[in-house]
Design a binder for this molecule. Structure first.
Ligand code: AMP
Length: 274
């Protein structure tokens, strides 16, 4: 496995005639990240994982400074998963002096409304990574389902030539979605955080019964402060999404309520995989 820190070096090392898969991440790997690496390894000739805590997707009062970082451990785990290249650029490599071009994808609701400029940072860094790596396939988690929606729109609107794969959310045994931010939780907060996936499950059950999933989710949050609970229509896939604060930590999660057959391509999955 090669660790690469510059764009020039990475471009020179990748053979674009091979099937190249990219897994964009901010590092601090957990089993969710590893599931994406495994999926990429299974269907690509060359697997590149980028590890970049992208400052432009953090708001002014968010957790950029304390975001967990452990390059050595991440590199070791990537190597164990058979990754070919770990791309770890410095901030100045991605945003040199004079940088001033942004990708602004129209998006409403959910994370887009709660974190202004977040998706502008995500879309911009992903377009840069797509241009640097030139992957045929890029892998993302359902955990950040709106991110996928933003990137799909960017790919369509800007005529990019790559496919996305969306892998299911990996959870702890008790249901909490794995997240690098779970590391911020105290033992007591970790207990309370469980109300988020449980509330979304309550919302899903309500939907199945024909009652309001948003109201059911809100009333099952067990005292957690919700940033939003919303139904989203993402390419025909109906998603129940929520963000909640547990102490000073902000967690997001979602469940899929409906995937019509014709929408399964939106997740980059075959119908059998749903
Ligand atoms: P991050 O490092 O948090 O930016 O995440 C990198 C990628 O991993 C994104 O595509 C996330 O959606 C995905 N991811 C994060 N958490 C999970 C999880 N629990 N299960 C599956 N994928 C995840």
């Amino acid at each position: 496995m090669n660790t690469v820190r510059t764009i020039t070096e990475l471009r020179a090392a990748i053979d674009p005639s091979r099937r190249v898969g990219l897994v964009p991440t901010m590092g601090a790997f957990h089993a969710g990240h590893l599931s994406l690496l495994r999926a990429a390894r299974a269907e690509c000739d060359v697997v590149v994982v980028s590890l970049f805590v992208n400052p432009t997707q953090f708001g002014a009062n968010e957790d950029l400074a304390r975001y967990p970082r452990d390059e050595e451990r991440d590199a070791r785990l990537a190597e164990e998963e058979g990754v070919d290249f770990v791309f770890m650029p410095a901030v100045e490599e991605m945003y040199p002096a004079g940088f001033g071009t942004w990708v602004d994808v129209d998006d409403t609701g959910g994370e887009g409304a709660a974190r202004p400029e977040h998706f502008r940072g995500v879309a911009t860094v992903c377009l840069k990574l797509f241009n640097i790596v030139r992957p045929q396939l890029a892998y993302f988690g359902q955990k950040d389902v709106q991110q996928v929606s933003v990137l799909r729109r960017m790919i369509r609107d800007l005529d990019l030539d790559l496919e996305l794969r969306v892998l299911p959310t990996v959870r702890e045994e008790d249901g909490l979605a794995l997240s690098s931010r779970n590391a911020y939780l105290s033992p007591d907060e970790r207990e309370r955080a469980l109300a988020l996936p449980q509330a979304l499950e309550a919302g899903r059950s309500a939907h199945v019964r024909g009652s309001d999933p948003v109201a059911a989710t809100r009333s099952a949050l067990n005292g957690l402060e919700a940033d939003y609970v919303e139904l989203l229509d993402l390419g025909g896939v109906t998603v129940l999404a929520a963000a909640a604060r547990v102490g000073s930590t902000r967690l997001i999660d979602n469940v899929i309520l409906e995937i019509p057959c014709q929408a399964s391509a939106w997740l980059g999955r075959t119908e059998q995989e749903n």
